[in-house]
Design a protein around this ligand. Sequence first.
Ligand code: HBI
Ligand code: FE
Length: 296
Amino acid sequence: MRAAGTPPQGHGAAAGPAATPQRADWTIDQGWERYSAAEHAVWKRLFERQCRLLPGRACEEFVRGMRALPIGADQIPDFRRLSEVLLRHTGWQVVAVPGLVPDEVFFDHLAKRQFPAGNFLRRPDQLDYLAEPDVFHDVFGHVPMLMNPALADYMQAYGEGGRRAQSLGVLANLSRVYWYTVEFGLVQEPGGLRIYGSGIASSFRESVFCLQDPSPNRLRFALERVMRTGYRIDDFQETYFVIHDLAELLELARVDFGPVYDQVRGKPEYQPGQVLSSDQVIHRGSGSYHGAKRRS
Ligand code: HBI
Ligand code: FE
């Protein structure tokens, strides 16, 4: 866990899966009836402050997805009701898990168009950051985008590709693609850059940082490039990758990653803040934010 005052809302392999599960697929009951009034109140705080930030920052599809779903300020959403709506739109469902689950389990859910969402909520002293994906990150951040057909197919393709990447020894490369799209992706809209990544959309401070701060790089998304780029799991990203539109994800879902893995295998990793001469630069970051931290 990092110092107070530091940022976001991503999650990586840092926390590690919870204890041994009762069911093989790690699902549990959401236990919606057991949320306390205090937990619903924390949800409300998170929901309201994030909803104030997202107009003009979140992409159109995120806003539209949110609007069509039974997600509101007053209570933590009930996964059964979310699933009814999602199923009708894109064939996805939300299932409850205790937190991070092993990679294989995560992939198998996504391959079946089931999104595993943490059923617990962060404490009031963790509003800005916690390492594990909780119900706010998973539901507020991910579920609206699962209403979008392109992202819905892309997520399933990631689940299907995950096991293959493991067996080929290239899971790290695939994980970077997931990280820089599903979790921290930006999309170019006519009005400017917008957020579609769930790690950003569920983070109060990174929602502003990723678009308005001069520090991070904003580069055109390129598959091989991203596969070779390390990322930060415990702070704001140093680089965001920008797609043209969400249809680009649909194309990506159809690409055979096999030959791309062959291209990147064994090649050195780029640092999270590095800019290459081959990059299409939208904004070259000053690096001031992470630079100041490295000096202190
Ligand atoms: N488990 N619940 C949950 N949520 C995730 O996003 C998640 C996970 N397990 C593994 C994982 N993500 C990633 O490390 C994989 O995409 C590689
Ligand atoms: Fe996530």
